[in-house]
Structures are given as C-alpha cells and as structure tokens.
Write a protein that binds this ligand. Structure first.
Ligand code: FES
Ligand SMILES: [Fe+2]
Length: 326
C-alpha cells in the first residue's frame, strides 16, 4: 500500500460531507472546489441536477473548473471541448469521428435541505446510508446559514465537541452540563445520539440538547435557540476536510415556530438571525481552542477511559476505511 493511500485512509473518513449550499451553484453554472486534498468541480445541469466530478479532464488533464462550461446536461472541457454527461460518460469530442471511451470520475451526490453533499470513500465503495431529511421552518427567513472556511483542525474535533460536556461551561458560558445519554443507534450504527442538559431550564445559561451525529462529517442539535430559551431551534453542522490540515464548517440554524402572526415575521426573523450569530460566536470560541491544541490521532489515551470521549472516538474510528466495520 502506498504512503499516499495510507495517508488518505488515516485522515479522511468514509461518509457524506457537505461541499456547498444549494444556492452556491445556479443551473448552468460550475464552481471549482478543493476537498479531501483533491481538485473537484461542482456543476448544476440545465435541468437543475447538482453534480460533483474530479476536476481534471480524463483526456489531457485540463481543469474543468477553470474555463469549463455547462451545456445542457453536460460539462464541456475548456481545452479540446470534450463533453461529459452527468454520469461522467464522454458523449461528444469535436474533431473526432468516434466518441472516445473516456470517463470523468463522478462523486455520489445528495442534495437536500438546501445543502449539497458528496460521498467520500478512499476505497470507492458505494454509499452505505442516506442522510435523513431535517425539518424546515415555515418561512425561509427563519433559516440562517454559516460558513467558516479554512479552519485549521481535524474533522473529528468538530463533532467530538458535542460529547465533550465539560467544555460547555468554560468555553460557552453555560451552566454545568450533564450527559443524560450517549449511544450508538442499534438500527443505524452510523448515528450517535446525545442527550444532555444543565440542571435548570430557566436562564440563558441553562439548556437541554438533543443531538445526533450522522456519520463522520455531519450532525444536528435540537434545543433552545441560543440566547432565546423560549424558542426552539434545529441546527445542523457539517465539516468537510479541504486537506489534512484544514476544513470548512457549514451550519444551518433554523428557528422552529409552528404558528405565528404575520405581524411577527420581522421580529422572529431577527430572533433567528441573532440566534444564528450566537451559534457562530460559539463556533468561533471553539475554533480558537481547536486551532491551537495539540493534535491527537487514534482512539485516545487511557486519560479518556470510561468517558464519553472514549466512546465517541471508538465510534468515529468505524468510519476509517481500514476498519472492517465500515
Ligand atoms: S483536456 Fe479535456 S478535452 Fe482535452
Ligand atoms: Fe463547543
């Protein structure tokens, strides 16, 4: 096994990872991306299907994200004009009598809840699970988005945060948090559910959190809107490695309101926006710690024995493709 292959196995787990918000790419547009240490291109066909491909053309290696174009349901290379269908097949090559048997490498894509995700597996296996649909608020104004680019940490740190109950009090200023339950879903072992709360529930420093990690790059948390304990929020989090040292974090913060007066639209929109900004500030507080801490590979040391950190790391290890459980 080459060093490069071993490196990919060690650092990039298997699962679904967000690469863009849906609004980042209009029909007929393309966007160059860099994730998993690779050059990629995201494009949306004329009929609206989001596709992600390796950026380098299989003919002579032109970068499709730099001057390539979307034509109908195809992507066209900027160098010799070969066109590839949404499944990667070359279907047209100007100046050739026969269409070459060339194939552009495509990534499995899911687009739902206004997010575009790709399935990454260093061993190129097919997706093993689907991402659940999340509830959407009654109006789009109650859903706010966050993108934090180029964060210098490991993806595992982002999601370990949610079972590291001792840091909430210190980093986020909550009252001390108690874990009620952390468990792998017996039916869906790629899901880890987390229930945690502070002792009270009546101040901005108290909360109850019902969270779920869905594979190695995605999680959701339901509970009081940050800063507004009287409102419920549903927040989703996505972290995607750019390379071995950096990642992008996306989050969607949704204010869940069953019924509301149309008069309250503006004020509730402000609540949603402020709660989202509070989530951003809390993420930024985490990031200062993550970017400056010592990196820890592997399942962890005896220091974590018997803690939720140990349970989490054991679960997270199952997403590494050198582990038979994936
Ligand atoms: S390099 Fe893409 S068509 Fe030649
Ligand atoms: Fe945190």
């Amino acid at each position: 096994m080459s060093n490069d292959h071993q490196s990919r196995i060690r650092h990039y787990p298997t699962g679904w990872f967000a690469v863009a918000f849906s609004s980042d790419v209009e029909p007929g547009a393309l966007v160059p991306l860099r994730y998993f240490g690779r050059e990629l291109v995201l494009f949306r066909t004329g009929s609206g299907k989001a596709c992600v491909a390796d950026a380098y053309c299989p003919h002579m290696g032109a970068h499709l994200g730099k001057g390539g174009t979307v034509q109908g349901e195809t992507i066209r290379c900027p160098f010799h004009g070969w066109k590839f269908s949404e499944n990667g097949q070359c279907i047209d090559a100007p100046c050739r009598e026969l269409t070459p048997k060339a194939h552009l490498s495509m990534w499995p894509v899911i687009e739902q809840n206004h997010i575009i995700l790709v399935w990454h597996d260093a061993l190129n296996r097919v997706p093993k699970w689907q991402v659940p649909l999340h509830p959407e608020p009654p109006v789009p104004q109650f859903a706010k988005r966050i993108l934090l680019s180029g964060v210098r940490t490991q993806v595992r740190d982002v999601f370990e945060n949610i079972v590291d109950f001792e840091h909430f009090h210190v980093v986020h200023g909550t009252n001390p948090v108690h874990a009620n339950k952390v468990q792998v879903d017996p039916l869906f072992p790629h899901q880890l559910s987390v229930l945690a709360s502070t002792l009270g529930n009546d101040s901005p420093y108290d909360f109850e959190m019902n969270a779920m990690l869905i594979g190695p790059g995605h999680g959701k948390a339901e509970g009081a809107a940050w800063g507004y304990p009287e409102y419920r929020a549903h927040n989703t989090f996505y972290a995607t490695p750019i390379d071995e040292d950096t990642l992008d974090i996306r989050s969607v913060c949704r204010l869940l309101v069953d019924e509301f007066d149309s008069d309250a639209l503006d004020s509730l929109s402000i609540v949603a926006a402020t709660a989202c900004e509070n989530v951003r500030h809390q993420l930024e507080a985490d990031i200062v710690i993550w970017e400056n801490k010592r990196r820890e590979h592997g399942p962890g040391s005896p220091r974590y024995a018997g803690t939720y950190i140990a349970d989490f790391r054991k679960w997270y290890e199952t997403f590494h493709p050198d582990n038979a459980a994936t």
